[in-house]
Design a protein around this ligand. Structure first.
Ligand code: IMP
Length: 193
């Protein structure tokens, strides 16, 4: 089976391929697809994921797309689905991390509680279905580590002291929001197709 993953983010695609190697028992070939179009995103992860996948619907029998973000509980869940857009469209991930660190400046660890949230949409000839994954943790007080992307250098998973960027990609694909959502998708494909 071929599964088309609609994404412009090569880090995500690499992660999804590694997640499949770890979690998927079915023989699935994962291919990334992107026409380079910027599909406008709203405030609902599921809708955004479905919208991204729908754009490529006619290209394959199985198409999926993911929308994700980081949610800070002390900021009412912000930035959420706008995680890739905070600070403007052309801003670097580093500046976005600095913005988050600034917003939480001086806050104690318990007020830095946060989670990653991923929604994956699967489109087949028969149906549209979504799969959810969460990863809980805390925003660090400073950046640490080199691996991963986006907010990984400032996200410390629950029960850890290191950031995801320090813990590394092998650690991440076993536990992340994206890993949990895709694990559910792979299990669904295994039992239903
Ligand atoms: P989108 O799903 O492409 O709209 O972007 C999600 C944004 O959320 C990314 O650009 C990152 O800023 C953030 N994000 C989502 N998942 C991760 C992750 O696994 N690590 C770090 N940042 C993430």
């Amino acid at each position: 089976m071929e599964l088309l993953v609609a994404t412009t983010n090569l880090h995500k695609l690499e992660e999804i391929k590694n997640i499949a190697l770890k979690w998927c028992k079915k023989d699935i070939v994962i291919k990334g697809i992107s026409d380079g179009v910027d599909i406008e995103e709203g405030l609902d992860y599921k809708e955004n994921a479905i919208k991204k996948a729908s754009y490529y619907k006619k290209r394959a029998a199985f198409v999926c797309a993911e929308d994700s973000g980081i949610e800070l509980f002390s900021l009412g869940g912000a930035p959420g689905p706008l995680s890739s857009r905070i600070g403007g469209d052309d801003i670097s991930h580093k500046t976005q991390r600095e913005l988050i660190l600034y917003l939480l400046k001086g806050m104690k660890m318990e007020l830095r509680y946060a989670r990653y949230h991923a929604e994956v949409a699967l489109l087949t000839e028969k149906e549209v279905r979504t799969f959810t994954g969460f990863w809980y943790g805390y925003i660090a007080k400073e950046e640490r580590g080199e691996e991963g992307f986006g907010y990984d250098p400032i996200f410390i998973p629950e029960n850890e002291t290191k950031t995801v960027a320090e813990l590394g990609n092998e650690y991440k694909i076993l536990r992340s929001h994206r890993a949990m959502a895709f694990k559910k998708l792979f299990e669904y494909l295994e039992t239903n197709y």
